[in-house]
Every structure is written in structure tokens, then in C-alpha cells.
Design a protein around this ligand. Structure first.
Ligand code: SAM
Length: 199
């Protein structure tokens, strides 16, 4: 059954011109939380093959922009999406500041290469999420939004508490379009606290 749901979303993504089914997770979050708005500057971490960036660009419109970062290139180029091929651990924050003084939204759908060992994969996912949080705190505008994927496990609560220290509101979101057996979950963090903004 879980596989059939996966197939349904994969087919639908192909039909609708998205390179990955993951787009439906962001669409669900958008419907529920209005993560993205017209004119927003969006930093999309772990963006390849590009479904989230394509969807984000359609919401922010010509007045906004999307900067897509990944180890791998995007499957296509999209209007209003600037693509940077980089490891987020070596991401030049100053280069991003030249593109946008600050970002309204930082997205992270990053996932580690899975090893098959739940505890190992969880800790690798937490490592990526912590780095994404660090980048978000450096680059978000006051009041900005951080929407981040993380694999559930023993360090999940600690990571959520780190998010709570930086944001006014932190909500846990499990999209219906996630495979039911998936350990992934998302944190929707809004309202970057003022005293966190690094000059
Ligand atoms: C689930 S995919 C993202 C799918 C994308 N959101 C979409 O909708 O097309 C996870 C991505 O995280 C990227 N990733 C993992 N570790 C990374 C790192 N250290 N730096 C940059 N990207 C990373 C992978 O290369 C992979 O493309």
C-alpha cells in the first residue's frame, strides 16, 4: 500500500512536470502554514533535483528569488532560480549575502546517503539539520521562516529545542505524501527571534 501511494505521487509529479515527488510535501506545508509568500527570497538547501525550487519559484514570482544549493546539480534550470553546486558544510555565506542581503525563508530537504542503520542515518540527518539551522540563523531576515526535514530518532527532541531557542514558533509536520514507513518529519519554525540576528 505504502509503495502504491509512492507510485501515485511519483506519476503525478512526472505528469505535472516536477522532477521529484517530494514537491507534494512542500505543497502540503504551504497549504497549512503559508511557508512561502509572493516576493520572498528563498534559500533551498538540498535542492536537487529541483522540485521544491521550481514550486517555490512559482509562489515567490518575479519579485522574489530562489537560491538552490546542493552537492548535485538541478535536473533543469528554472526561471528565477539561481543554482549553486556546493556542500553546505563549505557554503560561502558571504557569496549568499551578495545575492540577497537576507532571506525570508530557508528550506532544507537535505537527506544523508542512507546506510540502512536507523541510528546512524538519524544522526547524519541531525548533523545536516543542525548545519541548516546554523545557516538559517546567519542568513534569515528578522522574523524569517525555517522549514527543515529531519529523520526521527533519539536526538530529535534536542534538535527541536535548539530550534525553539531561535524561533518564536516551532511546529512538527508529517505530510500525508510522505511514505508511511518513512522516518522523515519536518519542523516549521517561524519568527526568527531578533536577538539571534547576526550582524
Ligand atoms: C530528498 S533530496 C532533495 C529533493 C528536493 N527537495 C526536490 O524537491 O527536488 C535530498 C538532497 O540533499 C542533498 N544533500 C545531502 N547532503 C548534502 C550536503 N552536505 N550539502 C548539500 N546538499 C546535500 C542531496 O544531494 C540530495 O539531492
Amino acid at each position: 500500500m505504502a509503495k502504491r501511494v509512492g507510485d501515485h505521487f511519483s506519476k503525478r509529479a512526472r505528469r505535472e512536470g516536477y522532477p521529484a515527488r517530494s514537491v507534494y510535501k512542500l505543497q502540503e506545508a504551504q497549504k497549512k502554514y503559508k511557508v512561502l509568500g509572493r516576493g520572498d527570497r528563498v534559500l533551498d538547501l538540498g535542492a536537487s533535483p529541483g522540485s521544491w525550487s521550481k514550486f517555490a519559484a512559482s509562489i515567490v514570482g518575479k519579485e522574489g528569488k530562489v537560491v538552490a544549493v546542493d552537492l548535485n546539480p538541478l535536473a533543469h534550470s528554472y526561471p528565477n532560480v539561481i543554482s549553486i553546486k556546493a556542500d553546505i558544510h563549505e557554503l560561502p555565506v558571504e557569496r549568499l549575502r551578495q545575492i540577497a542581503e537576507c532571506f525570508d525563508v530557508v528550506l532544507s530537504d537535505m537527506a544523508p546517503k542512507t546506510s540502512g542503520r536507523k541510528d546512524v542515518d538519524h544522526l547524519r540527518s541531525i548533523g545536516l539539520a543542525e548545519k541548516a539551522l546554523d545557516i538559517a540563523v546567519q542568513l534569515l531576515c528578522p522574523g524569517g521562516t525555517f522549514f527543515c526535514k529531519v529523520f526521527q530518532g533519539s536526538s530529535f527532541d534536542d534538535f527541536r529545542n535548539s530550534c525553539r531557542r531561535h524561533f518564536e514558533s516551532v511546529r512538527v509536520f508529517k505530510p500525508k505524501s510522505s511514505r508511511s514507513e518513512s522516518v522523515e518529519t519536518f519542523l516549521c519554525c517561524t519568527g526568527l527571534k531578533r536577538n539571534d540576528i547576526e550582524q
